[in-house]
Design a binder for this molecule. Sequence first.
Ligand code: NAD
Length: 296
Amino acid sequence: QTSKNFLITGVGGYIAPRHLKAIKETNNKLVAAYDPNDSVGILDNYFPHAFYFNSYERFERFISKRNDIDYLTICSPNYLHDTQIRLALHNNINAICEKPIVLFPHNLDLLEKLEENTKKNVFTIMQLRYHPQIIFLKEKIGTKKKYEVELKYITPRGNWYHYSWKGDETKSGGIVMNIGIHLFDLMIYLFGKAVAVEVNQRDFDKASGYIEFDNAFVKWFLSIDEKDLPNNISKTNKRTLRSLKMDNNEIEFSDGFQDLHTLVYQNILVGKGLRIKDARPSIELVDKIRNAKIKR
Ligand code: NAD
């Protein structure tokens, strides 16, 4: 396989290093990076020779002059994803976009049309689907039975969260979209289509409810409040709890979540990446959850 040329947006942020690492580990090259904030020294650890732009217009001009770029990796805030995907596809470049691809399902329709017109693809990152424990579980579950499931997803964030774009619902979609998307995509992956949705709580730092899937009744709880961590966990250094109880067996998948981006890239590069059609069900489910009447 010949080496591919990459661009990246949002290179100064929290998640970008995992993409830089994945590009490097799959023997590809970063040609240029864009981030309006210039704290981008991380580039030296991976691709010191890449061009860097802090002006969108200059980045756009650079892209329009090149015809050797294969992928644009998008690590910018959620509400900017679709416009940066269009920048890629309009310039004959595939997009690899962090989750969630968009904040509202209808925006996916336009992107799918654009994929058709440009013959370029949009790939997404839902790395939990590549988690070995989850793959094992999916095989075990099958489709013959309807399970009783309790899913807890507690991943504390500090005070800063609420002051950043992530705490702004119009930019992140709120916690059910920004963080919950992992949990809801996982449920759909494991248990099939969501057929009924009930929301019992939906606050800025926690939410809970009940969803019936083809193969499970799931009681779910999502929180970024550290007070929700069980005592035995907050005493260890672990700061997250991802736990799934199925017919009273508990499966913990808090570990191994961080190191899956390279695996995701390997799949994309051989044409097996996750596409809009794979991302749509969880974005639609979150949209339902965001709009549901709260039932206490
Ligand atoms: P972040 O706030 O740490 O970084 C975002 C970066 O984007 C910043 O450097 C910021 O300067 C830059 N930025 C702001 N406006 C921009 C613009 N117009 N164009 C390009 N860049 C711009 O956020 P993050 O945690 O790195 O999240 C980035 C993306 O990754 C989000 O979509 C988020 O949902 C996703 N994410 C995914 C995972 C995962 O587990 N897969 C984890 C965290 C974040």
